[in-house]
Design a binder for this molecule. Sequence first.
Ligand SMILES: NC(=O)c1ccc[n+]([C@@H]2O[C@H](COP(=O)([O-])OP(=O)(O)OC[C@H]3O[C@@H](n4cnc5c(N)ncnc54)[C@H](OP(=O)(O)O)[C@@H]3O)[C@@H](O)[C@H]2O)c1
Length: 253
Amino acid sequence: MSADPAGEGAAAVHRVAVVSGGSRGLGRTLVERLLADGWRVATFSRRANEFTAATAEAHPEDFHWAPADLGEPESMRVFARNVGRRFGRVDLLVNNAGVLHQELLLTTPSKQIDSLITENLTSPIQLTQACARLMTRHGGGNIINISSINAIRGYRGVSVYAAAKAGLDGFSRSLARELGAFNIRVNSIVPGFFDSDMTADVTDRNREKIQHRTPLGRLGTVDEIADAILFLTSARAHFVTGQSLVIDGGITC
Ligand SMILES: NC(=O)c1ccc[n+]([C@@H]2O[C@H](COP(=O)([O-])OP(=O)(O)OC[C@H]3O[C@@H](n4cnc5c(N)ncnc54)[C@H](OP(=O)(O)O)[C@@H]3O)[C@@H](O)[C@H]2O)c1
């Protein structure tokens, strides 16, 4: 099933996806799978790496990488503007990049609180506004915010990250009401624990606990989370908006 976010049979034009944080982890997998599916893909991260360099070389017409930092919301607008100039349109935005910092609230410095909210909530909102404006010019689009089960269940040490991710879910629902009239769908994907650099520091003991509490008995893979995201980009999800789709092996059930 080919992905057709605007639902306009856009076979003649190149569909354009913006994926934040596409150099590693889930973002990288999305970049690879969207390019393989015929999309043009624009992504940013703070640093280039072997993957972004090799992909730019392999897909000179269809891949755009530029540095941008979630800690600087203005860089989101600059990035979106440059994507608009280079590719002419945006059909899909995946707000994938996120920053996890674990610390009990009682000892978290105020600066750290500010930056976690900026990186995980303010910057995705700014990027969404800039991309949604581009989407309205071409008949519609699709916005997918990557949340976390921390938004729907309590875990020690992640209260600020959880607040930002829950904010992203609320943002998705209300924005779906605002943008439906423009044929723009807005949904959240709510992943449970999956293997990536973000979970590389989980101790063996905690990993066992997670597996024990997960009905499917394991962590997820980036491909399993990407499958759900690609479902939302497909024609099979054209009537889905304003929803949070939990992909967690059942740990929150
Ligand atoms: N892994 C999990 O178990 C899990 C569970 C639930 C939800 N999530 C969410 O899923 C999403 C993807 O997670 P992941 O595990 O794939 O992450 P990851 O492996 O840590 O990759 C993060 C990506 O975002 C970029 N990034 C990080 N900080 C950035 C910043 N300040 N500015 C710009 N780019 C930045 C990274 O590149 P640079 O470092 O070069 O900037 C990288 O490309 C995140 O939103 C995360 O919160 C993850």
